[in-house]
Ligand binder design. Sequence first.
Ligand SMILES: [Zn+2]
Length: 275
Amino acid sequence: MMDKLNFLTAGIPLKTEPRDYSNAFNVLSEMNLDGIELEFVRGVRMSADGQKVVKEKSKDFVITAHGPYYINLNSKEQEKIDASVIRIVETAQMADKVGAYSITYHAAYYMGNDKKIVFDRVVEQTKKIIELVEKEDLKVWIRPETTGKGTQWGDVDEIVALSKEFKQVLPCVDFSHLHARSGGAMNTYEDFCKTLDTIGTQIGAYALENFHGHLAGIAYSDKGEKNHLELEKSDMNYKDLLKALKEFGVKGALVCESPNIEDDCKLIKEYYQSL
Ligand SMILES: [Zn+2]
């Protein structure tokens, strides 16, 4: 269990010079930030040096990892489903190796299928993922993320339901995705409290004490997410979200995915601390 809510940048801070993990942690220290989400969105790759640095720093910082975008556990082609399972397991292997706490990924697309059918398929594939993760004793939380578009599997209810099926699975709650996916709803203090309450009561208190979430400003249309924005240039009600996280005593990792990752990360951490 984590002792507090930690604030992480999504990837190496922009102002890191030269751009390597060792300098990245120096920037995080200078800015009083708590950790980093490793971005494996284009593949699970990391230099041996990078791995060594992150493993060493994992004693003092919180590390999470984001799996490849090229994942669809509901693909029409079995080959692509199998490759997706492998990519998630590879993310977990690397995360475990470098001392990370949690991994997240966008699990599937509906592909025009019924929600119930897609859920059952995601359960079936998650079972394979968890078997492999358990076999290797990988000690990281496995987390499908709440997604930003109506074509993507992963609303709160689906991810909570999946989490109840597997001990090692918990939600990664991307609050900006939920806001975009709902076409501009899911953005009040009451909405945030409802999401957290659902997680805490449906899964258990440990889900809020080992939390992993994402936050950014976001642009959206009626089809959902368009792109990320800086928080102050968006309508994302981050202040009430942080109030809700504090009210529920949420502990774990909140990853800032704004285009100015480290500045917005600092903004939200300082606001949270002022509450
Ligand atoms: Zn994501």
